[in-house]
Design a protein around this ligand. Structure first.
Ligand code: GLY
Ligand code: MN
Ligand code: MN
Length: 436
């Protein structure tokens, strides 16, 4: 649970990085139509959630460090209380209760958003607003700028429009103790869900049924939805990196790749496991699997403060290449293949990514053109894979095999903490779980 104090301190840290006389305008998401008068399930904007923990649409957080206030000055604009709308569409907190629930100096209802924006922009020299993030709010902010410009006798127009996201992204890269606790909960329920799917799997079941096992478990554990489109790829479907159709019947003898994660209190887990639907790896499947596992473990073993993701990637790529040479899929030496990148035909994605409120979380991987060293508080995935197409360039035994293994890892002062270690990944452990 993230406390109100932590949300307030995030707001303070953002504002402290803005020049004097800045106003930050941070919009929530809005509802998106799915079909006629129904909408997609609402998902809060990650930046707005990071700063407020407020789950309603059509709201705006306003922060000012203008010298006209004694210190950080905060307001929320939220949906108006409306008996009729609340009977049809659900409860709304309303401005009055928002004032009590959040650490705010003012709260307003969003039918006055245009006037509020005019008042808040007026007299500030810098506006921090994320362009391209929330179209509904951007239109309002641009119109407010225009009204100010059209009324130079009444308003002092801000001279600078800046993006708050680079500041927020860097803050979000380093997770607090409370964030890590939340991510541990997301990782735990996701780990259990993967085990459940492995135990349920049998030849003749459908890919979407394994997805349903995952979704059932994470819902029962408290997650309202998955953090991204669940991937259940059996057989050759495992070679489609973001396969989310999940429509096929899983045939005996095939591997199944499941890449799925819960979103819990806004935070994502992102686990991949690959296992044989029959409960027993074939010899060819085991050979490919062992290569990926060794590459994944080598990368994880390297992680600690000061190391870069690129260094871990090189170590794991060398193992993948050596394995592909041994299987007769690549020719030449490891060094030659690293150089000519031929292995990228069978390993097309990166080693991993930051994980947090977004599954592919924000944050830069290079600073001043240099790979950034890992530091305590970062959370990332490590997820090498091999995808061997059903094609004559691949020896027959290995055609159509796709394997990815993905864990979620916190960088600590001592090295790492693996959040997803309870899902089996050695061949022996997978086979043992599936035989139960
Ligand atoms: N689930 C997407 C990824 O692993 O990056
Ligand atoms: Mn994944
Ligand atoms: Mn991932």
């Amino acid at each position: 649970m993230i406390t109100q104090q932590e949300f307030t301190s995030r707001q303070d840290r953002l504002l402290a990085q803005c020049p004097p006389d800045s106003v930050c305008v941070i919009p929530s998401s809005t509802l998106v139509t799915r079909s006629r008068d129904t909408e997609y399930k609402f998902r809060q904007n990650s930046y707005f959630w990071y700063l407020t923990g407020f789950a309603e649409p059509d709201s705006v957080l306003l922060l000012s460090n203008h010298s006209r206030h004694p210190s950080a000055y905060r307001a929320m604009v939220c949906q108006a209380k409306d008996e009729h709308a609340e009977v049809w569409h659900g409860r709304r907190l309303g401005a009055q209760q928002a004032l009590g629930q959040f650490d705010l100096d003012e709260a307003y209802e969003n039918d006055q958003l245009d006037t509020i924006l005019d008042e808040w922009l007026d007299g500030h020299s810098h506006v921090f607003f994320p362009l391209g993030e929330e179209a509904w709010a951007e239109k309002q902010v641009m119109e407010s700028f225009q009204r100010l410009r059209n009324n130079p006798r009444k308003f002092l127009v801000p001279q600078h429009l800046s993006d708050p996201r680079p500041l927020l992204d860097e803050m979000r890269v380093f997770k607090s103790a409370a964030e890590i606790a939340t991510m541990k909960a997301a990782a735990k329920m996701t780990s259990e869900a993967h085990c459940r799917a492995m135990q349920f799997a049998r030849p003749g079941c459908y890919e979407y049924q394994l997805a349903a096992e995952i979704h059932h478990h994470i819902a029962m554990a408290g997650a309202h939805y998955p953090a991204y489109g669940t991937i259940v790829g059996s057989g050759e479907n495992a070679c489609i990196l973001h396969y989310t159709e999940n429509t096929d019947l899983i045939e005996d003898g095939n591997l199944v790749l499941i890449d799925a994660g819960a979103e819990y209190q806004g935070y994502a887990a992102d686990i991949t496991r690959t296992f044989p639907v029959s409960g027993k790896f074939t010899e060819a499947q085991a050979k490919v699997y062992q290569i990926v596992l060794k590459a994944q473990e080598a990368a994880i073993d390297l992680l600690k403060p000061g190391v870069t993701l690129t260094q871990a990637n090189e170590a794991s790529s060398k193992i993948l290449i050596a394995g592909l040479i041994e299987l007769g899929i690549l020719n030449g030496t490891v060094e030659e293949n690293l150089e000519n990148q031929a292995y990228r035909a069978f390993y097309m994605h990166g080693l991993g990514h930051f994980l947090g409120l977004d599954v592919h979380d924000v944050g830069v991987y290079k600073i001043d053109g240099e790979d950034r060293p890992l530091k305590p508080g970062m959370v990332l995935t490590i997820e090498p894979g091999l995808y061997l197409p059903n094609h004559e360039t691949v020896p027959e035994d290995y055609r159509g095999i796709g394997v990815r293994i993905e864990d979620n890892i916190v960088i600590t002062a001592q090295g790492t903490e693996i959040l997803t270690a309870s899902v089996p990944k050695s061949i022996a452990d997978i086979e043992a779980l599936m035989s139960n």
